[in-house]
Each structure stands twice: as structure tokens, then as C-alpha cells.
Design a protein around this ligand. Sequence first.
Ligand SMILES: [Zn+2]
Ligand SMILES: [Zn+2]
Length: 258
Amino acid sequence: MRIDIQIEFEDAVFGIEKEIKIDHLETCETCKGSGAEPGSTPVRCSTCGGGGKVKQTTQTILGHFTQIATCPDCNGKGVRIENPCKACKGYGRIEKEKTIELKIPAGVDNGSKMRVSQEGDAGKNGGPPGDLYVVIHVKASDYFKREGVNVFTKLEVSPAQAVLGDEINIKTLDGEKQISVPVGLQSGQTVKIKGAGVPHLGRSSQRGEHIVIVEVKTPTHMSEEEKQLYKKLYEINTGKKAHEKESLIDKVKGAFGG
Ligand SMILES: [Zn+2]
Ligand SMILES: [Zn+2]
């Protein structure tokens, strides 16, 4: 028996206890799984005489062949129920809703399977229950991208922060943490936080890394002071006089008199 459940991104990382409801077949308590009404007993199958097997003879031009087959009237059980149990209509099993306490371990990933022993359907004729397989679907996070035990996030910094370096607070799986953007950072460079990734499944004390991809964002809206400073930088960098070019947004605003 298999069921599918969906859990949140963070719950897959740190594990969670979850109550789930399943519909499964349980052994009928009235007849203890025999399928016969209490007080009545299954009778010996007259077709096979209780052996569960029948001989089938096929006549061919070469003579006749005898095959042994499962008795079609009792399905090989050797007995027949004359008086079926009213509670289960003779099936021996009843569908019941059951609540199961599921302990999802830290580090499960999308598509992980968990085996919960003996919580599947009851066996036929009062036999032991089978196992329940739980397939875990993990909701994607808007912020974290996960690859195995590592998580990736993006961070945008200004050109000034990239040039001079900075200490920046970012959201991690363990809450806010400060990272150091190095002096002279290039766009796309990564900053790693060791041990802030996803725990290894079954070894939750060991965790992967949180890898921050730092991108330098070119400003599009600036104050007059910032504009003057960039013009000065431009003149130092190129040795040319800074020109006044309008951004597309300013052009549109200008055209509508805004
Ligand atoms: Zn029954
Ligand atoms: Zn039979």
C-alpha cells in the first residue's frame, strides 16, 4: 500500500512529526478474518473434496492429458463459506480509516520513500498486515534552491558594496546570519556558510552548505548626489567628460510631461 504526502520545504530539512489519515483494510473483528458468520464454520468444498485442486482432463487426438488446477469454486482454499459474515460480507477484511503518527526524518528530499512496517492492508484470511509506503513530496521554496544537502540563495549588492566589501545579514535555514562580502567581489561570486545546509539523512549532525550567489546590481534609480559621484567615477575611469544620457524610464516620463 502506498500513499503520497506533501510537506513544506523547511519540514523536509529539519524533519517533522505528522499525523496522517489512511483508509486501509483491517481484519474483520466479527469473523476474525475467516469470512464466515460467527457460529458457522466454512464447509468442505464439494468440488475438490477439500484438497483445493482439481484434475482437468483434455481430450486430444493423441490421447488425453490430465492437468492439476486450482479449484475454481473455492480458489484453492478447500472450504466454502455457506453463511458469510454480515459485517464484512464474507471478505474477511473491512476498510477503516486510521490515523498514523509519521516521524519524517531530517534531510528527506522530494521523492523520498518511507516504509512504515505493518501499517498497510491486513492480509487475507486474518493474515499479518503488509507495509505502508509513504512517498514524500516537498514543496519548493521561493527563496532556497536545494541540491542534495546544499542550499543556494541569491543576494544582490550595489557596486559600492562589491568594491569595498560588506557585512550583510541574510536569511538562512537557522534564521538570520551575517555573511562577509569580500573586498573586490565579482558579480556571480559565491560566499559559503559551512554547516548551514540540509542535514544528511540518518546523520543529522552533519549538514551541507548554504551557498550565497552574490550578484552586483547596477542601480537604475539614483539620487542627484549618487549621479554626480558616478559621473566623477566615469571621468576618472575613462578620461572623458561625463555625458548626460537619459534612462529609458526618464525619457518616457519626459514624453508624458511627468
Ligand atoms: Zn467478517
Ligand atoms: Zn474446492
